[in-house]
Design a binder for this molecule. Structure first.
Ligand code: SOE
Length: 381
């Protein structure tokens, strides 16, 4: 097995999750991190040998096999471009870019240089989500009638909650859909084998202004500030978004995405109704998959590799009865990505690539347009 040198750019909550998952693979050395303005301190905090403030200096000096981009969305494009132009494989956080055009350019550049590329749509990698995919692929669910679900969080519940994700110049024009709706639709399209062809969206911003801290605050840090530490700023990205979908096989769908839903920390769910049975999965109960039947008993399929279909069994790290969750999805995703890098395999497999990142940007674009124009909008291919 090849030993890889990896670098991580951006060491907030999610960059740290990348570092931890890479170490769990066993054949990856995280040799350096870049983070502005405190690269050395971040390296020290995460026991990484070297830290840089400038990502270009890091890539030029370290010459890694792979770079993980975990910075705010608006910087993904130039970082991914720079890495690919230097022959480095890229694993990028979602959303891939802030515009469809940039995502298209990244897909073209990856093709031109034959670089393995990935977007960290980690929800695909829950074993029970893979089981859903496998059951639908082998026809157990039958014809899909409808899909509905939600992604709910409360870390932006108060008007004193603030993050760079609230700023469209850094985050992109859509916030709730771009940040977490993107996970929902990627998971549903990949698991159910459906492609949305038309969307109708309704956006709402409950906090029209928020109190922006005058010093940096990390995502999920819940840091307490005093009134004089804030400035009141207008908010023009959505807290909430409801979307109706028409899918290519005639199925219909809907989702509610809400980042100010008190009590739900980070819950993603789907309900799929098919002509043979229904499936329901909930990330807060992620080790079970519910199967609903009209003419038989309902079931709960446990996360037990000895009972799951081969595709789902292969993404378990532990036997039945040993709970796995969010960090394990990163490990399984990276395992598949690094195996593709080792083989130089740029074909589409189970992990999300830049093409899936582009797909999500295209969907997001149609959703934004629909919310502005109040009508069904076709999703361009
Ligand atoms: C913040 O909304 C966030 O960190 C997302 O960006 C992640 O993708 C999600 O997994 C958890 O919440």
């Amino acid at each position: 097995m090849k030993r890889f040198k990896a670098c991580v750019i951006g060491v907030g909550f999610i960059g740290a999750a990348h570092i931890e998952a890479l170490r769990r693979l066993g054949n990856v050395d995280v040799v350096a991190v870049a983070d502005f303005p405190s690269g050395a301190a971040k390296a020290e905090a995460h026991c990484v040998p070297r830290g840089y403030n400038d990502y270009k200096e890091m890539l030029d000096t370290e010459k890694p096999d792979v770079v993980h981009i975990c910075t705010p969305n608006a910087s993904h494009y130039e970082m991914a471009m720079y890495a690919m132009e230097h022959g480095i494989a890229v694993v990028c956080e979602k959303p891939l870019t802030t515009t469809v055009e940039q995502a298209r350019e990244l897909v073209a550049c990856a093709k031109k240089y034959g670089i393995v590329n990935a977007v960290n749509f980690n929800c695909r990698w829950y074993p029970q989500v893979m089981q859903t995919r496998s059951m639908i692929e082998r026809g157990e669910v039958g014809k899909i009638y409808s899909v509905h679900g939600s992604y709910l969080q409360d870390w932006l519940f108060l008007d004193t909650d603030y993050s760079w994700r609230l700023e469209p110049e850094v985050s992109g024009e859509s916030r709730a859909f771009g940040d977490i709706g993107s996970h929902w639709i990627d998971m549903v399209e990949s698991a159910a084998g459906l492609r949305a062809t038309e969307v109708f969206a309704d956006f709402a911003t409950f906090h029209k202004t928020r109190k922006k801290p005058l010093k940096p605050v990390d995502t999920y840090s819940g840091m307490a500030l005093r009134p004089e530490d804030y400035a009141e700023v207008p908010i023009d990205t959505e807290d909430y978004c409801a979307v109706l979908f028409h899918f290519d096989n005639g199925a219909i769908g809907s989702c509610v995405i809400n980042q100010v839903f008190a009590g739900r920390k980070n819950q993603i769910t789907y309900n799929i109704s098919g002509s043979n049975c229904s499936l329901r999965w909930d990330s807060e109960d992620s080790n079970d998959l519910w199967v609903g039947r009209r003419e038989g008993y309902n079931q709960k399929i446990p996360k037990d590799p000895s009972l799951l279909d081969p595709m789902a069994a292969s993404v378990n790290g532990y036997p039945g009865g040993h709970v796995e969750g969010f960090p394990d999805t990163f490990k399984q995703n990276f395992k598949a990505i690094y195996a593709a890098i080792e083989k130089g395999d740029t074909s589409r497999g189970l992990f999300a690539t830049f093409e899936d990142g582009l797909r999500e940007m295209t969907l997001c674009d149609a959703i934004i347009r629909s919310s502005k124009e109040g009508r069904w909008v076709k999703v361009e291919e």
